[in-house]
Design a protein around this ligand. Structure first.
Ligand SMILES: C[S@@+](CC[C@H](N)C(=O)[O-])C[C@H]1O[C@@H](n2cnc3c(N)ncnc32)[C@H](O)[C@@H]1O
Length: 285
């Protein structure tokens, strides 16, 4: 993989998405971030690093927990995400939140300077996540904790989406994705450290963590209807697929998804239980 090219594609996609990311009336990233913070439970006065902070789904929940005597630093590779989070901190008057543009794979931060590291749906974007995890362990103070989320990958699901999309998104369309986002490439990349619980525990132990806890939970994705979901899908990882589809294919897929998702929701809003993996661990005391 050409890492520079890969990271500039990711940066571009999230820069483009930042204005609407998690702002489309679809509940998913915010409840997932909240759940992650509940699990790691930052304490008043603690210092938290949030990797790939986006607009702050984890950042602001963590800031509430640590309070003004604590500090939360969010880093993200996409400047537009960082700007959006900075604006939100200013609007809320949250002075103990700081955000910086930084590659989360190589955090340029002092060793042993955090009590907790978090990353919701962000660590998965790092080309060499196992190495980055080792760097996070070094950033933690004794007994410091890490918590991150990832999608749950199985052999027959469209990466990043609930299983229903295997039927709704024809396999041949995925061939339009850039090579490093093709399902096989994603599986190779993720399954090497994330796919299987034992493998993941091993990765965490090798990175310097202990007390590894892996839990798969369903987070309820809620959207008013199929159209809302499809519009939302342009503002997150699936943007990478949309932007590579020819116009005709894109219009056809949009129509198909809206019809089927609306059929699925019946009279109420669309509710898609989405499997999410929560990984928690700590460093020695
Ligand atoms: C799916 S979003 C999650 C954002 C946020 N954590 C949330 O839960 O809403 C993934 C985020 O990871 C960021 N990201 C991807 N690669 C990164 C890297 N190498 N370093 C830092 N951030 C990165 C993206 O810019 C994006 O904001």
């Amino acid at each position: 993989m050409d890492e520079t090219k890969y990271k500039s594609t990711v940066t571009e996609a999230f820069n483009e998405a930042a204005a609407t990311y998690d702002q489309m009336g679809v509940e998913f990233f915010t409840p997932m971030g909240r759940r992650l913070v509940e699990r790691i439970a930052p304490r008043p006065g603690e210092r938290v690093l949030d990797v790939g902070c986006g607009r702050g789904a984890v950042l602001f929940e963590a800031a509430d927990r640590v309070g003004p005597s604590g500090h939360v630093l969010g880093i993200d590779i996409a400047p537009a995400m960082v700007e959006a989070a900075r604006e939100r901190a200013a609007a809320l008057g949250t002075r103990h939140v700081e955000v910086r543009v930084m590659d989360g794979e190589h955090p340029d931060l002092p060793p042993a300077s955090f009590d907790a590291v978090t990353g919701s749906y962000s660590v998965i974007f790092l080309p060499d996540a196992p190495k980055a995890l080792g760097r996070y362990a070094a950033l933690l103070r004794p007994a410091g904790r890490i918590a991150f989320t990832s999608p749950v990958f199985t052999d027959d699901t469209f990466p990043f989406l609930p299983p229903i999309f295997t039927e709704l998104i024809p396999e041949r369309l995925l061939r339009n994705l850039p090579a490093e986002w093709q399902p096989e490439a994603l599986k190779r990349r993720f399954n090497s450290w994330l796919g299987d619980g034992d493998e993941l525990t091993g990765t965490m132990l090798r990175a310097g963590f202990e007390d590894v806890e892996i839990t798969d939970e369903h987070v309820q994705l809620v959207a008013a209807d199929g159209t809302t979901w499809v519009d939302w899908s342009h503002t997150q990882g699936m943007r990478l697929l949309w932007r590579h589809l020819p116009a005709y294919e894109s219009a056809q897929l949009r129509k198909r998804l809206i019809t089927e998702l609306d059929r699925l929701r019946g009279d109420g809003p669309l509710r898609l239980p989405t499997p999410v993996r929560f990984v928690l661990a700590s460093v020695g005391g």
